[in-house]
Design a protein around this ligand. Structure first.
Ligand code: SAM
Length: 335
């Protein structure tokens, strides 16, 4: 742990910002109902998207300022051409302790070995249903088998942890909460239930479909004793973690709305089109790509990184009563 504050990004609310989430593309091979509809999405042009070398440059500067963990997300990161080569270059950045990936798993079976060869061990895979027909209804694609095979391949190759992200939606997949929880008895997976968030114009958020994590906790506790697991490192995520008696895996509850974790939020985001964003729910952003492309030097760019951190809102202030949607799509921000 670095003691020197100059090597750490500390915001106005005394939060150490050491985690960067990178959306490397706004394209995706699924069309999840709450994220990306079949039609009506304005994809970014090739020119608008940050090039890999630009991302690497900015990540090096962020690491210089104190970022120690990077998550690759999107859109679907595995659909971007040259992904593995990029990952290898990212791996070579000194002082970057951890690289993780969030994927929908459709292409994972083919990519898993290459990702592992780049030194990545931790992976998050999104899966909202264990039923192929329902998976199709939620994602618009008949790809359940591919995702499941990708998860099996990740397990076979020794990825650890394998986190499975489940967006819990009442009337859509809430009847599978216990099936997902039971999966942790036989598999070493970390099943993480995520509250549906009002991000992007297409998310169809409604109070009716929202399930608070407290309710998920109560439902799971009907099938077994849930022992809390304590946080081990400052790079650990915001999930409340539990293990069911006798389970190989664990359960995580992420209450972005009902039990927000703003006071410990350590995140900065770099959007696919090169904007720094310090809060998922705030549309206040800094266009660092414009500065980079007009040839500004590293000192100026690092100044923008610092500014983004200093402007980080204390809290997203969203409540179930006072919701407002943020304008950007999740795919460009990076979920
Ligand atoms: N394509 C990758 C994937 O599916 O994991 C990475 C990008 S995706 C936007 C990242 C995560 O955000 C997924 O787990 C997805 O379910 C979640 N997500 C997208 N929109 C959401 C919303 N409105 N509320 C909660 N989670 C959401």
């Amino acid at each position: 742990m670095e003691k020197n504050n100059k090597k750490r990004l500390v915001d106005n609310n005394n939060r150490v910002i050491n985690y960067l989430r990178l959306s490397i593309t706004d394209r995706c091979n699924l069309r999840c109902v709450y994220c990306m509809p079949e039609d009506g999405i304005d994809f970014l042009s090739h020119e608008e998207i940050l090039r890999y070398e630009e991302i690497l440059h900015l990540v090096r500067l962020c690491v210089e300022k104190g970022i120690r963990k990077v998550r690759l997300t999107g859109g679907e990161p595995l659909v971007r051409k040259g992904f593995l080569k990029f990952l290898k270059s990212l791996r070579e950045i000194d002082r970057l302790k951890e690289i993780t990936l969030t994927t929908n798993g459709v292409l994972l079976k083919d990519f898993a070995a290459g990702i592992r060869d780049c030194g990545v061990r931790r992976i998050n895979i999104s899966l909202d249903s264990l039923k192929p027909e329902r998976f199709f209804r939620i994602t618009g694609r008949d790809s359940f088998e591919k995702v499941w095979n990708g998860i099996q391949e990740a397990e076979r190759l020794g990825f650890d942890p394998i986190k499975i992200n489940v967006v819990a939606m009442r009337g859509v997949n809430d009847d599978e909460i216990l099936d997902f929880a039971r999966l942790t008895m036989e598999k070493p997976y970390h099943i993480r239930f995520i509250e549906k968030m009002p991000v992007g114009g297409h998310n169809r958020w409604s109070v009716e479909s929202f399930i608070p994590i407290l309710e998920i906790h109560d439902r799971i506790s009907t099938i077994g004793n849930m022992t809390p697991i304590l946080k081990r490192s400052s790079l650990d995520g915001p999930a409340q973690r539990y293990v069911l008696d006798g389970a190989r895996g664990e359960i995580g509850l992420i209450g972005a709305l009902s039990n927000h974790f703003c006071s410990i939020c350590n995140r900065l985001r770099l959007t696919a089109d090169g904007h720094l964003r310090s809060c998922l729910f705030s549309d206040k952003e800094i266009d660092i790509k414009a500065s980079l492309r007009k040839g500004d030097g590293d000192a100026a760019l690092m100044g923008l990184i610092e500014k983004a951190i200093m402007d980080k809102p204390e809290s997203h202030n969203l409540t179930r009563q006072g919701l407002r949607n943020c304008a950007r799509q999740m795919s460009t921000i990076g979920g």
